[in-house]
Design a binder for this molecule. Structure first.
Ligand SMILES: [Zn+2]
Length: 92
């Protein structure tokens, strides 16, 4: 039996790999950054959250998609050139 653990609402860990929960596509080895292996869509945050939450300046909205099925895996805000936020889960 393969040990499958929940990493986030969109990701699971199975057989030492971080994988898309929706389609099972393996993105990276557990403990490595998976975002580098996802499809990145990066654009100015602007009024993505609606006019009430309009962001001035150069804040970016980054969305990470599964390269296999297109599911949105995660999203974050960042300034240009900032590294990806790293989510690490350690069960040891
Ligand atoms: Zn997928």
């Amino acid at each position: 039996m393969t040990d499958i653990r929940s990493v986030s609402p969109t990701l699971v860990q199975k057989a030492g790999q971080i994988a898309c929960r929706a389609c099972g596509h393996e993105l990276a080895a557990a403990g490595e950054g998976w975002k580098e292996h996802a499809v990145l869509d990066e654009k100015p945050l602007g009024d993505a959250g609606g006019a009430m939450f309009r962001s001035e300046g150069n804040v970016l909205l980054r969305r990470f998609y599964c390269p296999s099925c297109g599911t949105t895996l995660d999203a974050e805000t960042a300034l240009p050139g900032e590294p990806f936020l790293i989510d690490r889960v350690d069960w040891s």
